[in-house]
Design a binder for this molecule. Structure first.
Ligand code: ADE
Length: 270
């Protein structure tokens, strides 16, 4: 079995005077391109989560679970057609090897399996929040024209798509998911507010941001932001959020209205 570079450490929880500190979330990424995952994790936001002890990432090379000298992971589709299909055995063997590792099982529990595929349910901020609570994720990146259907039949998968478009492989989707989850882990962004009042958390897009200088090429920063009046600034931002959401994503407002009507029976406009 071949594992590529590992990140983070796997201490069995840290004892504190309040008991056992929660372990880092473990994300194992099963891929044909482990370097893509390693480089992203070494450079991007997940690195911060790892350094803060909230996250541990392992990229696992599917080719490490092949049995022939050519390390074959794909084959031509039965029935004909373009492209190649990822074979069952290397994937299922890899998943079983990872899941049966007793030490990982002891430390992180049973993995929540995620298959990145355009056939999956569309990822959104709510789903990211749900995934951020899981202690162990196994992400499987598809490739070529697809994955032998029996991988899905052999074991349950949470099938997730990052949008209605087709990528050549699941890696960018896995990285998008990993990034979105990592920034939600406790202690990672430092400011819990910064993940609460942002696009999509309330089904609204974010208000515009400004920083220095106060004037750039004749464009001035809105006066209210310089006023120091936090209530007024809050109202302005809320109003801007509504305006930009109405203009660009009326579908979000409709979904919001439907949900509020269904769950609260209260008027949904504040
Ligand atoms: N693999 C290829 N396209 C994808 C998509 N849109 N989402 C998730 N995984 C994918």
């Amino acid at each position: 079995m071949h594992h590529s570079r590992r990140f983070g450490t796997h201490a069995a929880g840290v004892a504190t005077k309040f008991g056992l500190k929660k372990l880092a979330m473990l994300v194992q990424v099963l891929t044909l391109f482990p370097r893509l995952i390693n480089d992203f994790v070494a450079l991007g936001l997940p690195r911060i989560a790892i350094e803060k002890g909230a996250l541990s990432v392992q990229s696992v090379d599917l080719r490490g679970f092949t049995h022939d000298v050519h390390r074959t992971v794909d084959d031509r589709p039965f029935g004909g057609g373009a492209g190649m299909v990822l074979m069952c055995a290397p994937i299922v063997d890899a998943v079983e090897a990872l899941e049966q590792d007793p030490q990982t099982l002891l430390q992180h529990g049973v993995a929540h399996r995620v298959l990145l595929t355009p056939r999956g349910r569309r990822l959104d901020q709510r789903k990211l929040r749900e995934l951020a609570k899981v202690e162990r994720l196994l992400l499987l990146c598809g490739h070529y024209e697809g994955i032998d259907e029996r991988v899905r039949l052999a074991m349950p998968w949470d099938e997730i798509s990052i949008g209605d478009f087709v990528l050549s492989g699941g890696e960018p989707a896995a990285l998008a998911l990993l990034d979105g989850v990592a920034r939600l882990l406790p202690g990672v962004t430092g400011d819990p507010e910064s993940t609460v009042h942002e696009s999509f958390e309330d089904d609204l897009l974010e208000a515009p941001h400004f920083t220095r200088p106060r004037e750039f090429r004749g464009m001035a920063v809105p006066e209210v932001l310089l006023s120091g009046d936090h209530a007024a600034i809050g109202r302005w931002r809320h109003e801007q959020s509504w305006l930009i959401t109405e203009e660009r994503r009326a579908d979000l407002l409709q979904a919001r209205a439907a949900r509020h009507a269904a769950t609260e029976g209260k008027p949904w406009i504040e």
